[in-house]
Design a protein around this ligand. Structure first.
Ligand SMILES: C[S@@+](CC[C@H](N)C(=O)[O-])C[C@H]1O[C@@H](n2cnc3c(N)ncnc32)[C@H](O)[C@@H]1O
Length: 219
């Protein structure tokens, strides 16, 4: 089998997977992550995507790296709609709102399933929706690729809805100073840009930025 080389972002996602369990990679696109996990000993893998093009690309990657008789299942599915079960559900490389929708529609929720989520945008909305829908975040990590800094969120279902603070929605459990500073800066910029048009919102955004500043000083 050819060696699969992952980007730092996908490698960080892979590191949160329990390789003893089954995996479903939702929105797999090129299927590099499933091929890597197969090489790390994961036996039961589903790679799914909503679009035909990525599924064709996924098939080509699997044949290139592993071979035509590879047991990785390819499934066409909008989110988890056509997926029966997985111990590890991965949703990476999509917007936070779409990831939140996909996770909230999961029909096979159990506390011991790991949801490994890598939002490209709106991580704050994803965190709020996770807690509202009965999930809890158990771990977070970051990955750097050039100028970009990605956050990866690991969550599990506990079945109890909870509201989180604005500050938590922007930081989660992440204590990487670079990430916290990035979040603080974007809140400060947003506060500044609506100072005249929406003063109440601007004040709320500034207060959240200040809370994050305190967290940064404690790290
Ligand atoms: C930017 S790619 C990310 C690929 C890979 N997961 C990664 O992180 O590198 C997003 C993929 O998600 C797929 N996608 C978008 N919406 C989806 C949905 N509702 N359900 C499943 N896949 C979806 C797209 O077709 C595309 O292949």
């Amino acid at each position: 089998m050819m060696t699969v080389k992952l980007s730092p972002r996908l490698l960080a996602v892979a590191e949160l997977v329990d390789t003893n369990g089954s995996v479903c990679d939702v929105g797999t696109d090129h299927a590099l992550l499933p091929c890597y996990l197969y090489s790390r000993g994961v036996k039961d893998i589903t790679a799914s995507d909503i679009n035909d093009g990525p599924l064709v690309a996924a098939r080509e990657t699997i044949e290139k790296y592993i071979g035509a008789d590879c047991p990785i299942r390819l499934v066409k599915s909008d989110g988890l709609r056509n997926i029966d079960y997985a111990d590890n559900v991965i949703v990476a490389g999509m917007g936070g709102e779409l990831i939140a929708r996909i996770v909230s529609e999961c029909s096979f929720l159990k506390p011991d399933i790991s949801f490994i989520l890598q939002p490209m945008t709106k991580a704050e909305i994803l965190r709020k929706e996770l807690y509202k829908n009965g999930f809890r975040i158990t771990d977070e990590k970051t990955a750097e690729e050039g100028e970009k800094l990605y956050v990866i969120i690991k969550a599990q279902y506990v079945g109890k809805s909870e509201e989180v603070s604005e500050a938590f929605s922007y930081t989660g459990l992440c204590r990487d100073k670079k990430y916290l500073e990035k979040q603080r800066r974007s809140l400060s910029r947003a506060a500044e840009s609506c100072k005249e048009s929406a003063p109440d919102r601007s004040a709320m955004l500034s207060a959240t930025a200040e809370e994050i500043e305190k967290i940064i000083n404690e790290v």
